[in-house]
Design a protein around this ligand. Structure first.
Ligand code: ZN
Length: 304
């Protein structure tokens, strides 16, 4: 009997220790190659959203250093359960790429936000991790375009540039994998706050589950397809959550963005989601956003 109590006490202690230990998370950013993304502000907003969950211990790593020299850049990926990439900057040296590939193959986690899927057009392992990406001269060799038509995942290998978006507007998201841990409990449709709707993304599309799509209206330079917005992928033992959403402070402040981002980061780190869906989650017809986060942009939430 005594042994049973001891075993029970040990189990409770172990559970308590696991529960109390925050998920070690790295936000990786760097001077954006594209002036249209305020990457520093984006990182601040993403950091706050992660910390508000109480689940994550967040460290921001900015590469490369101001002198552009990668020789001393050696983030110890293995000490983090998940890396959130807000990185659309310079290509990496081969050694750093190999370290990251090893980290992911061994069960690491990756979350890519919006323009982070523009980065590294020639790094095939990274493109496998994200499934699809855009711009940076990607074309047919990058892989086909992936989209939904009539509720089914389709691909188109015809050549043409990857990545396009129309004017920023609110748009409706449709859930496609309601049983996935990130999506469980979310409505089938919700309105996303004003953002860019990425289309014509190309990539290998391996081990990829499309979690949610949005219809790209031809009247706003869209394809007429349901374009992938949220994706879950596997790379070796690693897990990847890819959100194409989040162009600016307004887009990042959408409660739909925040909820899927927070849940996606937890899933990429642990394979599970323990977070509840907030009552303020947007509906099929109404946008819901956090004014306090949108206001972190000094120019303010002008779209509303
Ligand atoms: Zn953008």
């Amino acid at each position: 009997m005594k042994r049973v109590w001891l075993a029970l006490a040990a189990l409770l202690f172990w559970n308590g220790a696991v529960m109390a230990r925050p998920i070690k998370l790295m936000i990786l950013d760097g001077a954006s190659a594209a002036a249209y993304h305020d990457w520093k502000l984006g990182t601040q907003i993403l950091k706050r959203e992660l910390e508000e969950t109480g689940l994550f211990d967040v460290t921001v790593v900015t590469v490369p250093p101001a002198d552009g020299d990668f020789s001393n850049v050696n983030p110890d990926f293995a000490q983090y359960q998940v890396v959130v990439s807000n990185y659309d900057s310079q290509d990496w040296p081969a050694t750093l790429k190999t370290e990251f590939e090893t980290y992911m193959k061994n069960g690491g986690g990756l979350v890519t936000v919006h323009g982070a899927d523009n980065a590294f057009p020639d790094w095939s392992a990274f493109n496998e991790m994200t499934g699809i990406g855009g711009w940076r001269k990607r074309d047919a060799p990058a892989g086909p375009k992936w989209f939904y038509d009539n509720g089914k995942l389709e691909s188109d290998a015809a050549p043409g540039p990857a990545g396009l978006h129309g004017k920023r507007k609110p748009f409706r998201i449709t859930a496609r994998a309601p049983a996935h841990p990130i999506m469980r409990g979310l409505p089938t449709e919700w309105m996303h706050a004003t953002d860019e709707l990425y289309t014509r993304l190309r990539g290998p599309g391996k081990n990829m589950t499309v979690l949610a799509t949005a219809w790209a209206d031809p009247a706003n330079r869209g394809t007429g397809h349901d374009e992938p917005m949220l994706l879950a992928l596997r790379y070796g033992k690693g897990r990847i959550f890819h959100t194409t959403l989040g162009h600016d402070a307004v887009a990042l402040s959408c409660v739909g963005f925040i909820t899927t981002f927070q849940r996606g980061a937890e899933w990429a780190a642990t394979g599970k989601v323990t977070q509840k869906v907030p009552k303020t989650f947007p509906t099929a017809d109404t946008v819901s956003y956090r004014a306090d986060l949108a206001a972190m942009d000094p120019e303010g939430p002008t779209e509303f």
